[in-house]
Design a protein around this ligand. Structure first.
Ligand SMILES: *[C@@H]1O[C@H](CO)[C@@H](O)[C@H](O)[C@H]1NC(C)=O
Ligand SMILES: *[C@@H]1O[C@H](CO)[C@@H](O)[C@H](O)[C@H]1NC(C)=O
Ligand SMILES: *[C@@H]1O[C@H](CO)[C@@H](O)[C@H](O)[C@H]1NC(C)=O
Ligand SMILES: *[C@@H]1O[C@H](CO)[C@@H](O)[C@H](O)[C@H]1NC(C)=O
Ligand SMILES: *[C@@H]1O[C@H](CO)[C@@H](O)[C@H](O)[C@H]1NC(C)=O
Ligand SMILES: *[C@@H]1O[C@H](CO)[C@@H](O)[C@H](O)[C@H]1NC(C)=O
Ligand SMILES: *[C@@H]1O[C@H](CO)[C@@H](O)[C@H](O)[C@H]1NC(C)=O
Ligand SMILES: *[C@@H]1O[C@H](CO)[C@@H](O)[C@H](O)[C@H]1NC(C)=O
Ligand SMILES: *[C@@H]1O[C@H](CO)[C@@H](O)[C@H](O)[C@H]1NC(C)=O
Ligand SMILES: *[C@@H]1O[C@H](CO)[C@@H](O)[C@H](O)[C@H]1NC(C)=O
Length: 283
């Protein structure tokens, strides 16, 4: 009986795949049965101290039915026994979700793999994360990405000692324990940006890491004179533990659904956003 009072509304969306209107009608007719259970299955959920809702959903249930509570690529693994209770995976790496700003379409994540490697003096996972993040995420069109204007920290991996004329731009350095490299942490994120275009020390590899703007004062207070060795590893680990932000596009169809009292979801077969309504949504 409830299936007749509830209505399931499919929303075409330009953010996700375009769906022919005939397909939409077919889906609406064949899937009306699902509706109220889907609304009930998709409440906001808490993991550690964060409350998640669409476009996020639990990784434990994602893909197990035609309908999901979140978009692909936005799955939260919730494990309270782990040191990283709420995590999200992208570009082949697990990140801690530290904070969520749903209305600003932003999430703060922390890369503990990289932090642990740096604490151990390893430079292997010091790689261009800004590139792999921009590439790595797929979400049927709506993907997590670095926000425009985000702060990137530059670290140079150099096989040779850096010439002294660069010292003013460096806020810390340490020798990599797993190679004949030293890592030089650049101050040029805004606070001590070198005049003119960034000059690339010859032979060094330019590694770009997304960081939080809140880390800039911490970086600015250090320099190569007092920032060499263990202190620099600690400094870099501290900066990275503040995390960095990722954003996702505004999904207008979902705003409309929520304003009408529904909960948004994802239809794995049409790959479109759906609106789950309980007792019928407000017209
Ligand atoms: C989730 O956390 C919020 C805020 O801490 C709290 O108000 C709410 O009751 C919690 N919800 C559940 C289902 O535990
Ligand atoms: C949640 O807890 C973690 C550490 O347990 C903390 O870093 C983070 O800031 C907290 N987030 C919120 C939204 O309070
Ligand atoms: C998203 O779109 C809705 C409706 O168009 C608007 O009210 C809202 O302010 C937008 N949110 C952001 C963060 O841009
Ligand atoms: C940081 O890197 C990303 C990815 O390359 C880029 O989109 C963004 O504009 C950069 N931010 C700044 C301030 O340069
Ligand atoms: C990112 O994508 C570009 C263009 O598709 C490609 O050239 C580059 O190698 C990719 N980078 C990574 C780290 O996958
Ligand atoms: C770095 O620290 C030394 C010693 O405290 C100081 O003399 C020097 O001016 C500092 N350099 C920069 C660029 O802040
Ligand atoms: C930091 O860089 C300076 C200048 O190249 C060098 O003298 C020092 O040995 C380096 N320290 C480490 C730990 O690599
Ligand atoms: C580092 O350089 C030394 C001498 O050039 C060489 O013997 C050693 O194999 C190198 N180690 C690594 C890990 O590349
Ligand atoms: C890393 O990214 C930066 C900025 O996007 C780029 O200038 C640099 O060449 C890249 N380094 C490598 C090794 O790909
Ligand atoms: C580095 O040294 C300067 C000057 O001695 C000091 O003001 C600053 O706090 C130190 N920075 C760190 C991170 O220890």
């Amino acid at each position: 009986m409830t299936s007749q009072t509830d209505s399931l509304i499919f929303l075409p969306t330009i953010l996700l795949f375009l769906i022919a209107s005939t397909t939409l009608i077919n889906h609406t007719q064949s899937q009306t049965q699902e509706q109220s259970s889907n609304y009930d299955l998709c409440p906001p959920f808490n993991c550690s101290n964060i409350t998640f809702s669409f476009p996020f959903s639990r990784s434990s249930s994602f893909g197990s039915a035609q309908f999901d509570c979140g978009l692909p690529g936005f799955q939260i693994t919730c494990d309270h026994s782990s040191s990283i209770p709420s995590s999200i995976e992208f570009s082949g790496r697990h990140y801690q979700v530290k904070q969520l700003f749903l209305s600003d379409l932003l999430v703060t994540v922390v890369d503990h793999t990289l932090i642990n490697d740096i604490k151990l003096g390893s430079c292997t996972s010091l790689e261009n994360l800004t590139n792999s993040i921009s590439n790595g995420t797929v979400g049927g069109g709506a993907a997590l990405a670095l926000p425009v204007g985000g702060v990137n920290l530059t670290v140079f991996k150099c096989p040779i000692a850096l010439p002294s004329r660069f010292f003013n731009e460096v806020v810390g350095n340490y020798s990599c324990k797993d190679g004949n490299y030293s890592a030089y942490i650049w101050g040029g994120t805004g606070t001590r940006r070198p005049v003119g275009p960034l000059e690339m020390p010859i032979g060094c590899e330019h590694v770009s890491l997304p960081v939080s703007g809140a880390s800039l004062p911490l970086l600015a207070s250090n320099n190569i004179t007092n920032g060499s060795g263990d202190g620099s590893q600690t400094l870099l680990a501290q900066v990275l533990s503040n995390g960095f932000q990722l954003g996702w596009p505004n999904i207008t169809d979902c705003d409309v659904c929520q304003m009408r009292g529904g909960r948004c979801g994802f239809d794995g077969s049409s790959r479109g956003i759906v609106c789950f309504c309980q007792g019928g949504c407000i017209k």
